[in-house]
Unconditional design. Structure first.
Length: 413
């Protein structure tokens, strides 16, 4: 076999197994590589697709640069996210497509061994294709490699394609993936076009938000940028919100690690709202390519903070900050698919169906959108049957819900 790619040659020298059109695992090195030779598949000549759990720091830097150039990409595809999720027991597998030795696409797959099941993997917001490369040259080899990974390495793999990934979803279904209801990532969201003027952005808000905005200065509400030193404050405010809304909050250690990992590449920003100098609300956003996305928020539960609209103040200032720094969109970070469909259909009863958090998000205007449908591949027939049966029982659905929260970053009890 002729290895046309220098990257493939480096992988071979590291003792990794590189096999045309197949996937093999080296127990000695606990490393794997996949080589999909597109010329043999009747596709793009000169394109190689490899999988590795440790492609090296230089390649990871190259991958992070690619993620940062893809419109609407998310930090969940960055190597920093893989390090963060490593604390929760996940290990990365990097699916990398190279065309004439240039990185043109790929995906970060996070895998974890589950008792009695085996290795389970998920992809949030991938695979990605470089905007400098024609998508049709890369998508087919990528989805073929993803299918091979799901059959040879993982017992189950769940994929949420990116915003522009309808062709990825179609290709994965052709590889044997099926529609998934696992909910490994938000299936819908709301985003605001930041190319509008500030006046138009303000006009898009609800009357209540516009009224609060006029009164913030009178009520002593100010918003400042936060730092790692504010992690304790963010955790405390999140814990208060979690107690009020009955969900399990992220730990202080997790928030500190998240900030450190993402701040190194300029992928995180924090906004702190204060009333007369006293912290009242916090909003942590991630940023990638042209989008700023809400990730963590919390507020004190005092009557003064509620009536002053301190949470709305953090969002409004985050939108203005993102606009002033050249970002294209502001993303509210998730919406239930059923709620999004009701809103898109203009259903008059939609407001009654929305949660308090969803009602807050739509109060800023913006456009509701659906991500391409999530897909899954469960290679074992026995496991697939057990999974399908479990979804029909209350206990089974509870177990699946806990697993979903673990995959998405929470901690199930």
């Amino acid at each position: 076999m002729i290895y046309r790619s220098a990257f493939v040659m480096r992988a071979k020298r590291k003792g990794l197994l590189v096999v045309s059109g197949q996937l093999r695992w080296s127990r000695a090195h606990d490393q794997c590589t996949t080589l999909v030779r597109a010329d043999e598949a009747g596709s793009e000549p000169g394109l190689d697709v490899l999988v590795s759990s440790d492609p090296g720091s230089a390649v990871l830097e190259e991958w992070d640069r690619l993620v940062d150039t893809v419109p609407e990409s998310d930090v969940a595809q960055l190597s920093a996210w893989a390090r963060l999720r490593g604390d929760a027991g996940f290990r990365p597998l990097y699916l990398l497509a190279r065309l004439d030795d240039q990185l043109v696409g790929g995906a970060l797959v996070l895998e974890r061994r589950v008792p009695f099941v085996g290795r389970v993997g998920y992809v949030s917001g991938g695979p990605l294709v470089s905007p400098a490369t024609a998508r049709d040259r890369v998508v087919d080899p990528l989805v073929s490699a993803m299918g091979a990974l799901g059959r040879k390495r993982l017992r189950a793999v769940f994929v949420q394609p990116p915003v522009d990934g309808n062709d990825v979803a179609v290709g994965l279904r052709e590889q044997g993936f099926r529609q998934s209801k696992a909910g490994i990532a938000p299936g819908a969201s709301i985003r605001i076009d930041l190319h509008q003027t500030a006046d138009k952005l303000r006009h898009g808000m609800s009357k209540a938000n516009r009224r609060r905005a006029r009164n913030w200065s009178e009520r002593g509400v100010t918003v400042r940028l936060g730092s790692l030193d504010d992690a304790v404050l963010v955790a405390d405010l999140l814990a208060g919100t979690a107690e009020y809304q009955q969900f399990e909050p992220l730990s202080l250690e997790y928030i500190q690690r998240l900030y450190r990992e993402l701040d190194a590449g300029g992928h995180v920003i924090v906004f702190i709202a204060e009333i007369d100098g006293e912290p009242a609300a916090a909003l942590l956003c991630t940023r990638c390519d042209g989008s700023v996305r809400q990730r963590i928020s919390g507020m004190t539960r005092t009557e003064n903070a509620r009536t002053a609209g301190v949470s709305a103040a953090t969002v409004w200032h985050a939108m203005l900050w993102a606009k002033s720094h050249g970002y294209d969109t502001y993303d509210f970070g998730g919406l239930r698919v059923d709620a999004a469909r009701l809103l898109l259909a203009g259903d008059r009863e939609a407001a009654a169906y929305l949660t308090g958090s969803e009602q807050f998000k739509i109060s800023f205007g913006g456009d509701v959108f659906l991500y391409p449908g999530q897909v899954e591949l469960i290679s074992s027939r026995v496991l697939r049957l057990a999974y399908d049966i479990s979804r029909r029982t209350r206990v089974g659905r509870r177990i699946i819900d806990i697993g979903k929260r673990v995959l998405r970053g929470g901690r199930g009890r």
